[in-house]
Design a protein around this ligand. Structure first.
Ligand code: FAD
Ligand code: 2HG
Ligand code: ZN
Length: 477
């Protein structure tokens, strides 16, 4: 169901003309899309909930081409929507009206790799999984991993400050990205593409673009620190009686696994039922109210498995888990990860998905889910919860056969007010995009939002760069 936003007004940007198209075609010979049916996937988001009406998609290959396009758009007052793999979940990656889409899909070259330091420099359109494959030739790996790895691009990851399942181990992109090259809204190229671990020479400008969701410029290249590829990986799936036991298992996992703990995820029984019903996946365990997925990665398989085994014994002995299994074979590991990583995909089979990605103190974490279930009753097909519990990040998803205004009104703003009450974040890792921007005040104070608007106006005075996203409409007027 594509939900329209009838209350939104198009900004006072120019309308694309035949002269504009002719300019783009001359600059990017054979890389300008104007055909209506070819435009459709670039106009529609992954969740199939929002759709724009762009008349043109541009496919540059070089930073200079991006700069030439953006400068032209700036001079002619044309709005722009930067797009990577279009896997974003908050309506940020597609145009709202007729913005010019600039996709980085042909900017997929690796620029350099320092095999000793693990510092990789590449164009922003490189697909995350392709980078990981490339790095595996050198016994290195990407510091982030997420379910969308087969289609999302590193530029999109940096622009959303994507978290994912390795954040617990390697930290966020604010720490791992060492440098960026960015094309500003006036077309100017800012080269901050350093490969240095330490560089305290004034303001760390790249940080502004990490998580800016394309509102401050287009990232054209990324320098990123990549850790060694773990030599051994083992995974445990545990069944628990209560959410509180999941937290106890988390505490035990940190204690028993120490530095080899590489992921700690949870699913509730409704999520497990979801992937079984909608994707026909199989779980190695019988049904439990909650599941913890614990991964450890290290350098000595024997040593790591022993540690995971002693964790399993301990949590079973203490009654923190009711059941559990350990897998070390890569096919079986993949199988267990699919149960958790394919939840987002499985939800799509229900019809419409209302998606919430929040940070909460662990003490309040699952209460939101229980309150939401009570509140929605028969107004939802499912209310499921899973997520990066090790990072305090809950993915709360609600489905119905099709979009229902009644269901939506029961969820919003209730969910954001609930999160604000516990001083949580209304967007832990997916960003604000189009869908959450009007709720920014639930997680940021008015002076903070005003300062953000001042930054936006300084860098993008005409407001052409991904308009209608991140900042609320009122603050930019
Ligand atoms: P897009 O969706 O194309 O764009 C995302 C935003 O960045 C948009 O605002 C866009 O305008 C902007 N943008 C894109 N490229 C550039 C650029 N080069 N310069 C400037 N702006 C740009 N997110 C997580 O954090 N953790 C997860 O675990 C996770 N799992 C996911 C699993 C699935 C199955 C799916 C579909 C999504 C998941 N996501 C997750 C959402 C996440 O935001 C994206 O998958 C990813 O980071 C976006 O990358 P992309 O290349 O698809 O960017
Ligand atoms: C994940 O962790 C993604 O699987 C998607 O961030 C979350 O579907 C979601 O809500
Ligand atoms: Zn996630």
């Amino acid at each position: 169901t594509i939900v329209k936003h009838p209350d939104m007004k198009r900004g006072s940007f120019a309308v694309l003309s035949n002269e504009d198209i002719a300019f783009f075609k001359k600059l990017l010979y054979g890389r300008v899309i104007t055909d209506e049916s070819e435009l459709l996937p670039y106009n529609t988001d992954w969740l199939k909930t929002v759709r724009g009406a762009s008349k043109v998609v541009l496919r540059p290959k070089t930073t200079q081409e991006v700069s030439d396009i953006v400068k032209y758009c700036y001079d002619h007052n044309l709005a722009v929507c930067p797009q990577g793999g279009n896997t974003g979940l908050v309506g940020g990656s597609v145009p709202v009206f007729d913005e010019v889409v600039i996709t980085t899909q042909l900017m997929n070259q690796i620029i350099s790799l320092d095999q000793v330091s693990g510092i990789l420099v590449c164009q922003s359109g490189c697909i995350l999984e392709a980078l990981d494959h490339y790095l595996s030739n050198f016994e290195l790996t990407m510091p982030l991993d997420l379910g969308a790895k087969g289609s999302c691009q590193i530029g999109g990851n940096v622009s959303t400050n994507a978290g994912g399942i390795r954040l617990l181990r390697y930290g966020s992109l604010h720490g791992n990205v060492l440098g960026l090259e960015v094309v500003l809204p006036n077309g100017e190229i800012v080269d901050c593409l350093t490969t240095l671990r330490k560089d305290n020479t004034g303001y760390d400008l790249k940080q502004l673009f990490i998580g800016a969701e394309g509102t401050l410029g287009i990232i054209t290249a990324v320098s990123i620190l990549c850790p060694p590829q773990p030599k051994s990986v083992s995974v445990a799936l545990l069944g628990c009686e209560t959410f509180d036991s999941i937290l106890q298992v988390f505490k035990s996992s940190k204690l028993y696994l120490g530095e080899i703990l590489s992921a700690f995820e949870f699913m509730d029984s409704q999520s497990m039922i979801l992937v079984k019903e909608n994707l026909k996946l199989n779980s190695p365990l019988v049904d439990y109210p909650f599941y913890a997925l614990v991964e450890c990665s290290g350098s000595n398989a024997h040593h790591d498995e022993e540690k995971l085994m002693s964790l399993l014994h301990a949590v079973l002995d203490k009654g923190e888990a009711l059941d559990g299994c350990i897998v070390t074979d890569s096919a079986k590991i993949k199988n267990i990860w699919s149960l958790r990583e394919r939840c987002a995909e499985a939800l799509m089979y229900d019809g419409y998905c209302y998606k919430y990605d929040v940070s909460l103190p662990l003490s309040a974490f699952y209460q939101l889910v229980l309150d939401m279930r009570d509140r929605l009753g028969a107004n939802a097909t499912r209310v499921v919860a899973y997520g990066h519990v090790g990072d305090g990040n809950l993915h709360l998803n609600i489905t119905s056969r099709q979009y229902s205004q009644t269901t939506f009104d029961l969820i919003e703003p209730f969910v954001f007010e609930w999160v604000a009450k516990y001083r949580g974040s209304i967007s832990a890792e997916h960003g604000l995009g189009l869908k959450k921007r009007e709720y920014i005040h639930h997680s940021k104070t008015p002076p903070a939002v005003t300062l953000m608007a001042a930054v936006k106006k300084t860098i993008d005075p005409k407001g052409i760069m991904n308009p209608y996203k991140v900042l609320p409409e009122s603050i930019l007027r």
